[in-house]
Design a binder for this molecule. Sequence first.
Ligand SMILES: [Zn+2]
Length: 276
Amino acid sequence: MQSGTGRGIKTLKFQMKEIGVVILSAPKMKNSRLFLSRFLHCIVWSVAGLSFASAAESVSNLRSAAQQSTTPQQALDRLMEGNARFAAGHASSRDLAAEVKQTAAGQYPVASIVTCLDSRTSAEYLFDLGLGEAFCARVAGNFVNEDILGSLEFAHKAAGAKLIVVLGHSACGAVKGACDDVKLGNLTATLAKIRPAVAAVKDDGTPRNSKNAAFVEKVAEANVRLTVQQIRERSPVLKEMLDAGQIGIVGGMYDLATGKVTLYPDTVTNVKVAAK
Ligand SMILES: [Zn+2]
């Protein structure tokens, strides 16, 4: 999380120190050609290092400005356009090695996305995003706890992201585990965080366990709504930003079978979602 300017100054300081070491060691060098060679080597790398730092800093500044001028709605539109491309099989072809270089000097993501640990719910893939475009917090059952709330506070208050997305998914194993009240090592405590969503689904006379697929989906949906609610209730930092219109929030569901994300209009703050 070092700034481009900081990196450039550090590079310069390192190179100046190297030049100093070469000059100080000159009297000890019997071979004057060796001294000259090492001295020139240091000068060339100093200039190259500064040029690289300067170019990286320019790209970094542009990305920073783009992040700051993005509204929560624009961030959401970008994600949903990406999901439409992904679901249609037209995800962008990416030069990840180039993206590594472009993002090395700093990160300016426009969104943070809370998703499940499930191996099929990698947010960057399903929203067709590249490196440095979103903060992704993942935990089985996509709930929030103190650590994830702290991470979101960093993402938005410190790092400038504009939109929080809480994304559940169909046929979630963690939700099924919570429905069945599974006990297993540390997973017991993890699943206990999803139990309030199980309790939130009204009893309609059908089985309240993982064999009832419709019940599992209702619990997953309730879990997303409760998570959105908890972000506001348990983080005064994020609540203040939401109330001030600085960031937006939305909850939704990812369908493992279609690759499509559906958003819940009643979960939004500071963004609009078309009602289905
Ligand atoms: Zn899951």
